[in-house]
Design a protein around this ligand. Structure first.
Ligand SMILES: [Zn+2]
Length: 157
């Protein structure tokens, strides 16, 4: 791991830049659990719709971030979507779910109003474009465990 330090100009303070890998565990909650188990059991991606502003959230969430309304209506969205943004991380890191380089994308699935952060796979970095169309690639059913990584990645269309 590469680390650096620097002195703040005009102050008697040094900054140390490092990285800490912190394994952690938290509950996905009822909404997150339903979202994940639907991917695991049905290979379908779902979201929740706000009855006040009609926004569809993917991943599903239980409260609208704008209206604060409770989100109880579930909708199935497409496994196809549009890349809103992406980045390529070429450095191997323990936190990466796959070998580097890893392409992370924010994907707006058809039928959703929000971006879904996941990986783009099977793509030549030169072909990546904002606005490109992609489709989810699910792991085989016997390999799905109830993780967002049950979606292996999104492949270019
Ligand atoms: Zn709302």
């Amino acid at each position: 791991m590469q680390t650096t330090s620097e002195k703040i100009e005009g102050m008697d303070v040094w900054l140390y830049h490092g990285q800490i890998y912190i394994p952690n565990t938290f509950s996905a909650g009822a909404t997150g659990s339903r979202f994940l188990t639907t991917i695991r059991d049905k290979a379908k991606i779902t979201g929740t719709r706000c009855k006040e502003c009609n926004r569809v959230y993917v991943p599903a969430r239980s409260v609208c971030k704008d209206c604060f309304a409770q989100l109880k209506e579930w909708v199935e969205v497409s496994d196809k979507g549009t890349v809103l943004s992406y980045t390529i991380d070429s450095e191997p890191k323990p936190i990466h779910p796959t070998d580097a380089p890893v392409i992370y994308g924010i994907i707006q699935l058809d039928g959703a109003d929000t971006g879904f952060v996941h990986m783009i796979g099977g793509a030549d970095p030169e072909q990546l474009r904002i606005g490109m169309r992609v489709q989810a690639v699910f792991k085989p059913k016997e390999e799905r465990i109830g993780s967002v990584l049950d979606i292996k990645h999104f492949k270019p269309l």
